[in-house]
Write a protein that binds this ligand. Sequence first.
Ligand SMILES: Cc1cc2nc3c(=O)[nH]c(=O)nc-3n(C[C@H](O)[C@H](O)[C@H](O)COP(=O)(O)OP(=O)(O)OC[C@H]3O[C@@H](n4cnc5c(N)ncnc54)[C@H](O)[C@@H]3O)c2cc1C
Length: 423
Amino acid sequence: MAERATQATRPPAGAAVIDSDIVVIGGGMVGSTLASALGGAGFEVCVIDREDPAAVLEAGFDGRVSAIAWGSQRVLAALDLWPGMAADAEPILDIRVSDGDSLMFLHFDHADIGDRPFAYIVENRVTRRALNRRLTASASVRLIAPMTVVSLEREGGGVEAMLADGTKVRAALAIAADGRHSRVRRDAGIATTEWSYPQTGIVCTVAHERPHHGVAQERFLAAGPFAILPMTRDAAVGHRSSIVWTERAGLVPALFALDDGEFTAQLAVRFGDHLGAVEVVGPRFSYPLALMHAERYIGHRLALIGDAAHAIHPIAGQGLNLGLRDVAALAEVLVDARRLGLDIGHGSVLERYQRWRRFDNVVLAAATDGLNRLFSNDVLPIRIARDLGLAAVNRIAPAKRFFMRHAMGVLGELPRLVRGEPL
Ligand SMILES: Cc1cc2nc3c(=O)[nH]c(=O)nc-3n(C[C@H](O)[C@H](O)[C@H](O)COP(=O)(O)OP(=O)(O)OC[C@H]3O[C@@H](n4cnc5c(N)ncnc54)[C@H](O)[C@@H]3O)c2cc1C
């Protein structure tokens, strides 16, 4: 059931200027998490988003779930956001990867590396609801939405964001969290490396007869990966999973023109019968897929986070997780700078954030791109080679453990929030 958002804060009537420490442009899941972290650490934060906070919680706005890796769950727990999400989070206990109809498959069992789940499947609207409640309840965060930032000036000792209604927001630092097509990034002259995939992600929810037992499945089909992600049981629908069906972009209009019965039949061919009869419930969504990486994550009094800095193929369900690791690193850098009495917008402070996050993001962007190219084709020698590779990884315990720790988001130099510690 869609829930009404608490009222977003609007600038007081007649006030043309708002002063804050930090202005966050874009209140999607990444920008809102950063605002929540910084507000909790005592910064005065202003978040501006062009969407209506009530509309983004409705079932038709964003039908996706996110696989929230173990490391990201710790960030959300450290920020005390997780209690508002936990009841709607399904743990992933097993991951099964198969190559088309080949028998070769890779099986990751969480019990091989401890008793923690790899990740939790959470509907994006559940995450947005928890964030929205936090931001509207916070005394140090002001959420202005729906409102568009039309320009950003960054000269001298501060920044000034101009809003569509003429309000100016002044701060020491601007954060661009305005997504893959970030206008702030473009206006700052930050170049990108990017390309579109000839694929579209079809997303929908299915009900199935039998329980999924916390198993996430990824099937590599010729058009791209077909993922079955275990969701919490729903009183009305019963056992549920979320589907991310990567398909050739040109075929998607015809698939969307099918009626529910025909669409379900097409989906069932790819889904298989291991969970019994399957039925599509609710709307279908489509997302054009692309890779984008910004050449710099920082500029004068500016830092880019989340999809504004990097957007990757959803093959490994890691885009939001990278964004949450950006949040953890940037929040730590800014809190440390303030403790040392430094200017939070100074280049040397922002440089530390960029150095910390670039490598992880570049590695994941390259890995997801490579996996998609390797698996999204039906060329026989490539199929044989990759099936042998899957079988080899499946047998080599250290290789398996490496992939599992990667999926959990706990490799590399971990920020305090990812370690579950306060800022
Ligand atoms: C099919 C699919 C499945 C995915 N599955 C997963 C998964 O399982 N796990 C995972 O980790 N990731 C996943 N991802 C990736 C994840 O969804 C994104 O990485 C994440 O949503 C990015 O969040 P963001 O806040 O950075 O950007 P966005 O969600 O794009 O938010 C940007 C915000 O900025 C606002 N905005 C833009 N311009 C302005 C402006 N001028 N003024 C004011 N506001 C503005 C917008 O309204 C928006 O709210 C998936 C992606 C796709 C496409």
